[in-house]
Design a protein around this ligand. Structure first.
Ligand code: FES
Length: 148
């Protein structure tokens, strides 16, 4: 068995961490909204989504996220009259890079080219094979909250 020095071990750990930080990759969590269930987190009001395609980038449960106004209702989202919203994690399900802001209802990951449908979070082009995690939204008297 080969022994390595503490210095060599720390150097390796530091290098790996630096690569992860530089690449913008984050740990993946299939249910990032679980910690929001008790109190929720306000993401905005209807005025923050004036037209289809408007969006807010935010952080929900320590996860970079985006709330997008959609053209049609989504079963993963929330509809308030004619305003249809969805909240998605921005953490790519391939290796954890952050996806770009939505364009024409598509979120793209620059790391390896995966594409996701903003209407559902579904991966429409790999290498990612699973959808972006979604957050449950709820309308309250003072705004829109992510609640799970
Ligand atoms: S991390 Fe997004 S496509 Fe690889």
């Amino acid at each position: 068995m080969k022994l390595i020095s503490r210095r060599a071990a720390l150097s390796t750990v530091s290098a790996v961490g630096s690569v992860a930080l530089l690449s913008g990759c984050l740990p993946q969590n299939s249910n990032p909204g679980a910690s929001l269930a008790k109190t929720g987190a306000k993401v905005g009001t209807l005025r923050d989504f004036p037209s289809v395609g408007s969006f807010i980038e935010t952080e929900l449960a320590d996860t970079p996220a985006v709330v997008i106004r959609l053209e049609k209702a989504s079963k993963e989202g929330l509809s308030i009259g004619e305003v249809h919203l969805i909240a998605l994690s921005k953490v790519c399900t391939h290796l954890g890079c952050l996806v770009n802001a939505p364009k024409a209802a598509v979120l793209g990951c620059a790391c390896h080219g995966s594409l996701f449908d903003a209407n559902t979070g579904a991966a429409t082009r790999g290498p990612a094979g699973t959808p972006l995690a979604s957050f449950k939204l709820e309308a309250r008297s003072d705004g829109i909250y992510a609640v799970g």
